[in-house]
Design a protein. Sequence first.
Length: 490
Amino acid sequence: MGTFCWFLYDNEILDHLENNSIQFTSLLYNVYKATDLMFFEESEVDEASPLDMIEEELSIPWIARLDHLDHRMWIEQNNEGPLWVGKASFYRLSCIHNFKLMQLAVENYAFRQLIYQNELAELKRWSKKWGLTEMGFGREKTVYCYFSVAASTCLPHDSIIRMLVAKSAIVITVADDFFDMIGNLEELHILIDAIRRWDGKGLSGPSKVIFDVLDDLVRDTTETLVLQGNIDVIEDFRDLWRETFNSWLTETTWGKNGYIPSVNEYLEIGMISIATHILVLTSSCFLNSSLPQFKVKPQKYENITRSLMATTRLLNDIESYKKEQEEGKMNLVLLHLKENPDASMDDSISFVKTFLEGKRKELLKHVFTEDDSNFPKQWKSLHLSCFKAFQMLFNSSNLYDSDADLQLDIEKAIYIPPKRELPKYLKPQTTMHPFPQKRNLMITGEYFQTPARRFVHGFVGIKCHQLPTKSMRNVIYEVLSPPMFISCFI
């Protein structure tokens, strides 16, 4: 992709783009979206990232958008017309077929919402049954967990995968808060020993609740896998959780003893304590019936999983350093500040952001390119969905710890149907002006070509359909497809 954005280095072409911005909107929109998928060797595309013509993209980058809500935005923005930004390049449909397609999109969105409502109600009952909503400490994030999982992807994941990831995220939140907030070292060691033996005898209070719900979740999940004819991974799943609980104990011990780890030491533990590997590896077993068992063993994570673990830890640390500084917890931003006395807080944040950008590109390369891991495409997509959910939660602040910042998005994703009005460009069908049948949809017109201008790298011109005057007056009833703009770089 060495010449993908060559035109950004030519001042004449940039002037031409600026003076004809309307015609080139789709082109610039897609160039900007491509910057979210850069690899290391594609630094030239950075030149396209500041294009400020696409305000929506600049405010919330694609990588921080949840697919389900993104679909809603397209449904509602489509009211503007068939040439909505970024749409005409992909969907050249008649007004009639576009209207029917949008009706189908609205119905599909509403159907998904009905599924989500039922699953969320079931998840709330599950949390209440195990007492997770009444622990008396920490964050109650049942709805947040389910929303992040369900809205992050529109891939055909089964209900069991959404519920497993949501339940695991809830247990992770409760257990992590227990280690951070109220558990003393003696009590935590007793819980760790019970998890090592996988035997809850002698536990009481929050420790017993955490172990019991974890034991039930692992047992229920692995039994379902066996019934489906897949591998028996109960011990592997237990080992994943043991490793994660041990990482929480290590971090708590560091904090209580005042120990300051090295950057590498902190990251090795922090990548595990963020626990995203549990979310993707346990649920991925339901995507592939012939999954090699070693894929879910601790300390043998594939590169794509390690990249996910690193990026999610860094996202959390960038947006949570103030809270963790107040709580006396370790954080990579704070650790860098301690190791570099001459650095400012902004310098440390910039260091971690640069580190994150490298890990993000590494993850995206694993997701979108072929490698030696033999990871199925659905596995990779699940890793990407998990990263997008974390990017949404920590894009510009720590939304996960907020009480109401996500409430409107949750309502739009699960409860409020999308607003769908009749587009301005499409009047209702009447007796006097019925919609024509597809076989009769014909229109005469001619191509119009702007004079090609010569630039250093070649010629640039705009080619489009020019409609007759009568057709423009009756475009609502007679046009077969919207005007099609073709940006030509010769």
